[in-house]
Design a protein around this ligand. Sequence first.
Ligand code: PEP
Ligand code: MN
Length: 262
Amino acid sequence: SREFKKADTVITFPNGVTIGGPEIQVMAGPCAVESEEQLLYVAERVKKAGAKILRGGAFKPRTSPYTFQGLGEEGLVHLSKAREKTGLLVITELMDPRDLPAMMEHTDIIQIGARNMQNFRLLFDVGEVNKPVLLKRGLSATIKEFLMAAEYIASRGNQEIILCERGIRTFETMTRNTLDLNAVPVLKSLTHLPVLVDPSHGTGRWDLVTPMARAGVAAGCDALMVEVHNNPEQAFSDGEESLKPDKFDRLMEEVRKVASAV
Ligand code: PEP
Ligand code: MN
């Protein structure tokens, strides 16, 4: 909390990229790593647009067990390769502590997904490693519960935590979730941790991603996470909320404009 630490936490990576510093960082890439070619293509495009961090799920927490579950360790290897080729930092989701050693090798930021926000054993485990963690807000979690989940990580020693607002369940059905932008200034006032907005899962609709990315930046977030796919119609997961690379170029331009105004 702010009471414990007044100054903002700034996470600094060995290549000089910071999260929580003056620059808005954008993590972009496909929902799921689908193949080496797909990932490399999207990685090059998001890099060209100005993103410094590549996202892509290797272990996918799907609603149905009969849908694509991710490439697993093979996906992690593709991420490593994309990191090597592009110099981008890499973030991917951890669902099972047994995959933690492989994650330590292949990724720069560990993502804890919304569905695991209160998987306390998993939180303790990532609290004990020396790698930044992106913690996503649970589907129906209050901000208090979200912060207590972050405490599970911090209490084991790892203070490099990024808080992610990714939309919550409400009665509204026009969007997949309701992006709770109130959470941004609330979190910024209560904690010293960097705050990230995910307008892709927050809306579930590609046509709403850019406006809500702009809104997130205007509300004071430190970073964004955006799903980008080379061919959203054929995506293995979350195609309906994924931007084509050309649309992502425009998002980046618009975000830069808002960032320079706030
Ligand atoms: C994701 O980032 O692809 C994801 C599964 O997100 P969430 O945990 O927010 O649903
Ligand atoms: Mn997704």
